[in-house]
Design a protein around this ligand. Structure first.
Ligand SMILES: C[S@@+](CC[C@H](N)C(=O)[O-])C[C@H]1O[C@@H](n2cnc3c(N)ncnc32)[C@H](O)[C@@H]1O
Length: 241
């Protein structure tokens, strides 16, 4: 009987692993922040420095397809505050015409110094810090906090989620889209799944308004930003008001 139970548990664990379930999932790295900075972020910096495609019109054409797929329109946040968490070296959020754009990007200072054509200088406010660090200037001010293909690159998802909730105005929206993969690696220190995200959002007092997977036709048929089988896309609202 005991052996049977043990065998059943092994099978369940194997299935969970295949679905990106509990056993191997990491929402907070056991690695140090130093490792994130020296390995993942060094790789990230080189990627952006060498990525010429981002500086072509095709990058914003792709962005337009992607954000429209998620239901956004360019004029929707005119005169309102949009925070781009992990903006990268080229601003996808320029899609939002007339918005007050805020960038939170830990490599921002280096991008500005070392990538000639970066458009980060077009943001109204720029914070060259990781999203895990609370930016007090943003608390309660933001209409939209958006993060595209970033959160599995970070080192402390629960802390980021808590900060994001604090940035939102009472009627603000957080939109988070990232790759779901069941194993972390040196460039993607966090592995995030629906099972791990759900309690973290609840603990941070964020209500899931909608969750979808994949990106439709926006990326030429691919359903991920590069890792795992599909993206997870969350629309979140404050649950503490
Ligand atoms: C794959 S790029 C995506 C950039 C941009 N969002 C886009 O879609 O083009 C991932 C970005 O996440 C940033 N990033 C990594 N760790 C982060 C953290 N802890 N807080 C905020 N951004 C982070 C990286 O510096 C990098 O610019």
């Amino acid at each position: 009987m005991v052996a049977l139970k043990r065998r059943a548990r092994r099978v369940v664990n194997r299935l969970l692993r295949r679905r990106g379930g509990a056993p191997q999932v990491v929402a907070k790295t056991t690695e140090s922040r130093d490792k994130w900075a020296t390995e993942a972020q060094e790789g990230e910096f080189l990627f952006h420095k060498n990525n010429k495609w981002r500086q072509t019109p095709d990058f914003m054409r792709q962005t337009d397809r992607l954000l429209r797929h998620f239901g956004f329109t360019p004029e929707q946040y005119a005169g309102r505050t949009v925070v781009d968490v992990g903006a990268g070296s080229m601003l996808r959020t320029k899609f939002f015409t007339g918005a007050h754009l805020v960038v939170v990007e830990p490599l921002a200072d280096r991008f500005l110094t070392e990538i000639e054509n970066t458009d980060l200088k077009d943001a109204a406010e720029l914070y060259s810090t990781p999203a895990e660090q609370l930016i007090t200037e943003l608390v309660g001010r933001c209409d939209l906090v958006i993060s595209i293909n970033v959160l599995d690159h970070c080192y402390d998802f629960p802390q980021i989620v808590d900060n994001i909730r604090q940035y939102l105005k009472p009627d603000g929206l957080a939109f988070l889209t990232f790759d779901m993969h069941d194993k972390a690696d040196h460039m993607h220190p966090l592995s995030l799944t629906e099972q791990t995200c759900k309690p973290i959002f609840a603990k941070a007092k964020l209500r899931i308004e909608k969750v979808t997977t994949g990106v439709g036709d926006a990326l030429g048929g691919a359903q991920t930003y590069g890792h795992g089988p599909f993206t997870l896309n969350y629309w979140l609202r404050r649950a503490d008001i």
